[in-house]
Write a protein that binds this ligand. Sequence first.
Ligand SMILES: *[C@@H]1O[C@H](CO)[C@@H](O)[C@H](O)[C@H]1NC(C)=O
Ligand SMILES: *[C@@H]1O[C@H](CO)[C@@H](O)[C@H](O)[C@H]1NC(C)=O
Length: 372
Amino acid sequence: MLPRRQDYGMKMTGGVRGGSVINFRTTVSSGRRGSSAVLPSVLTFLVIVASGGLLLMIEKGMLNSMETPPPRGSGKRLDFIRQAGRHGPDAVDVETQILQEIRNRTIRTMCSQKNMPHSIWSLSPLQRKTVLQHILVNDQYHFLYCYVPKVACSNWKRVLKVLSGALESVDVNIKMNHQNDLLFLSSFKPEEIRYRLKHYFKFMFVREPMERLLSAYRNKFGEIQSYQKKYGVEIIKRYRKSRAKDASITGDDVTFGEFVRYLLDEDVERMNEHWMPMYNLCQPCAVNYNFIGSYEHLESDSAYVLQHVGAPPHIQFPERQTWYKPVTTETLHYYLCSLPQKLLKELLPKYILDFSLFTYPLPNTTTQHCRH
Ligand SMILES: *[C@@H]1O[C@H](CO)[C@@H](O)[C@H](O)[C@H]1NC(C)=O
Ligand SMILES: *[C@@H]1O[C@H](CO)[C@@H](O)[C@H](O)[C@H]1NC(C)=O
């Protein structure tokens, strides 16, 4: 069964990987000219994005059930495009809507497969424990939020604390405590869990998988001493053979390549939450999320959620911190391209469900591209 395998390793050929990269912005903005131009590019994008997990999907027979949208002009699904046309581009961000729709269909299609879990009760005890420990509960506004580290989760936790009255404002300048004053779904009884999963608004936020990984690497190994001690020392002992018995290792100089080798040797279900795949943290097939926002549209997606759950208007999602260091395309390109091809070829499959379910194209790591 796919999600329970220790490592859903998938053999990829350069052809498929190379073929999956596309400039989404170009495709969509060309569709902005009119609603009739949007649909074909949506389809093209869907196909191309799907090719990111194409081999996996062929292997699982998923493509057979990939539904195509209803005919132009007759389907309810096109409503958002028409609305956008009516209210002008500012009223509804067409690009975001299209991405939402594609993500929604991809998840529905892939999760409807027999071998995917359809409820948290069909997960293994370890898988269930992980997801329940990552879902935060707000009973007043009736929502569940599955947090993913490195995807603005501290800010969401702040918002939850403000909503529950534990914190005065989202801007209070304190270091985030990730346990106190938060209510985890794991602390409820099975019937209470069932009730909340059935009736509450459920959401999560996702981010480009390699960007998230790099962000975790740079933060934990660059800045946080406890991580250097706990993981860094172990990694260096394992992968720098000459240092295996060296007691002076501080673990503060783990390279990205060493970090990736370590990830490849880890079981995704037992990883630290900062690098565990988003799929395993939040189980989007077992939990029927109502909304999946993205880091790439953090501001508007967060505003949407807050409005949707009925949060008081004065409670707003915090602005980016001034010390915030974004992972730029160039940085990501630099780190990924500096990895030996052999490691890359194993790394991407390890996170393939994050790429394919949340519809992120695989990065272009052809030697050609990396030469730039
Ligand atoms: C997917 O679309 C359905 C139908 O419009 C909606 O009920 C559901 O909340 C959406 N889910 C996500 C994750 O966007
Ligand atoms: C990857 O990058 C190279 C060099 O920039 C380019 O020639 C190639 O077409 C790209 N591949 C895809 C699928 O975009």
